[in-house]
Design a binder for this molecule. Structure first.
Ligand code: HEM
Length: 457
């Protein structure tokens, strides 16, 4: 088939014009492109040809069917490495090819069900500990509290490390680091990093704290018994089977922090969940009623989850509206034909979950928070790739099951016992970075629910 070179798209008369539009408001920019130009849009960032891919069939092509036609997915700015690459260094997040595939297979061992099986107990223990300090009427910084629980849980389940004492300091530093990522497109990070600018100072300080903890954990696991199957022990034993000889502590540090970054997806999803529940009392009431009927006052475990379809719909709907990984990108290794166009080798293809999940072709009244759209009879009509919060294909989220169980258990446990009310401005702005999170945290006022009413003796 003869293919045209360029799909429609915006023209910019200033060099870097598109770059500054993306930098200022990435979500608005991609939403406008899709609305004005359709399923496949061409735009340039400096000399780089870029395309927004915005049709479920095309998305399947890029992520799954023809995934081998693509290499590097991590997008440096035209002005060098971005803050995320600088922080994570060489890791699963930033690497490609065979070595990366072998490392992924190896790391997957740490996500075995036996390890995740201890999740129920660990989450309930952490929540008990946190709730000891919670009183009705108190105001909490919700994402901060949840991040600490998530960190302790992940450290215990995947790394076999007890992080209870350091969780507060670690999560503050991680939060600071995420703040410096701010907009992932901020240019000249490599040059700025060593300057006395506030963003660079915060970056260095947070990195020092995080590195200190992670290297200490690596040291602890080095002395563990031979057959330990936690992530750090597996990587320590891996030697040169994965390319580097032996796996350096720095590389292990990078992988551990990558996995902890995944956790931020759970934190931001839960923050948006409780924000939306507070603003939608009828959804909250229905959720409480399901939890009370099924759990009858007992602490939730993973075996309860299949009996909680409405809680599942709430979680799915939040992942639709606020997908933590809001875009992904792929670089074409060769000329690539799609939708009747030929995209030249080296093109960058952007796939934006945030835009696709809000497409009115697939979602009626797409901006409405409506868990009802996920009822068993309703979701079947939609094409598969109109909803893909965990990605797809060879780079499908490695922690998807863990994230799902972890997020659902915490949602259920907290909603069962607490009603959370917004204590600050209800119009919460989105901070666009590695995830979509509330820009200034999320202050919530606690109201304890009365569990005695639901306990059956
Ligand atoms: C709600 C929570 C989460 C969401 C929505 C999410 C989403 C995603 C997505 C969309 C990708 C694929 C990116 C791409 O195609 O380029 C991905 C990759 C990844 N995720 Fe998650 N994630 C979540 C939680 C987690 C957790 C908890 C972990 C670890 C414990 C994790 C570990 C990873 C890793 C290691 C990769 C890279 C896989 C690879 O490149 O081969 N994620 N995640």
């Amino acid at each position: 088939m003869a293919a045209d070179l360029n799909p429609p798209g915006p023209k910019s008369f200033l060099p870097g014009g598109q770059f500054f539009s993306i930098y200022r408001d990435p979500l608005g920019y991609f939403t406008r492109l899709a609305g004005e130009y359709g399923d496949l849009v061409h735009f340039r960032v400096g000399p780089q040809r870029c395309y927004l891919v915005n049709h479920p069939d095309f998305i399947r092509d890029v992520l799954v069917t023809r995934q081998d036609a693509f290499g590097g997915r991590f997008v440096s700015t035209p002005f060098g490495k971005n803050w995320i690459e600088l922080f994570f260094g060489e890791s699963l997040l930033t690497s490609e090819g065979d070595a990366s595939r072998r490392r992924r297979a190896l790391m997957q061992g740490a996500f075995r069900p036996q390890r995740s099986g201890i999740l129920d107990g660990v989450i309930n223990d952490c929540a008990d500990r946190m709730e000891e300090g919670w009183r009705s009427g108190d105001i909490v910084d919700f994402p901060k509290a949840v991040r600490e629980i998530c960190l302790i849980t992940l450290a215990r389940t995947l790394l076999d490390v007890d992080a209870r004492d350091e969780a507060g300091q670690f999560s503050d530093a991680f939060d600071e680091m995420l703040g410096t990522f701010g907009s992932i497109t901020l240019p000249f990070a490599e040059l700025l990093k060593e300057t006395p600018l506030p963003i660079a100072r915060r970056f260095r300080k947070a990195k020092e704290v995080l590195d200190g903890f992670v290297y200490h954990w690596i040291e602890k696991r080095r002395t563990a018994r031979d057959h330990a199957d936690d992530l750090i022990s597996v990587l320590l034993r891996a030697g040169d089977s994965c390319g580097s000889h032996p796996t350096s502590d720095e590389r292990i540090r990078n992988e551990v922090l990558t996995v902890i970054l995944g956790l931020e997806g759970v934190v931001s999803t839960l923050a948006w969940t409780f924000h939306l529940l507070a603003r939608n009392p009828e959804v909250e009431t229905r959720l409480h009623s399901e939890l009370d009927n099924v759990l009858r006052g007992a602490s939730p475990t993973s075996s309860h989850l299949s009996q909680l379809p409405y809680a599942e719909s709430v979680f799915s709907e939040v992942l639709r509206l606020f997908p933590p990984t809001w875009f992904t990108a792929r670089r074409a290794l060769d000329d690539f034909e799609i939708g009747g166009y030929r995209l030249p080798a080296g093109s960058l293809l952007f796939i934006c979950q945030y835009v696709m999940h809000r497409d009115s072709r697939y979602y009626f009244d797409p901006l409405l928070f409506d868990p009802g759209r996920w009822g068993a009879d309703k979701k079947d009509g939609r094409p598969e790739f109109s909803y893909f919060p965990f990605g797809a294909g060879g780079r499908y989220c490695m922690g998807a099951n863990f994230a799902w169980m972890h997020g659902m258990l915490l949602l259920v446990r907290l909603a069962q016992r607490w009603r959370l009310r917004l204590a600050g401005d209800p119009r919460v702005a989105i901070q666009v970075g590695v995830t979509l999170r509330p820009r200034h945290g999320l202050l919530m006022r606690l109201e304890r629910r009365d569990l005695r009413l639901t306990i059956i003796e």
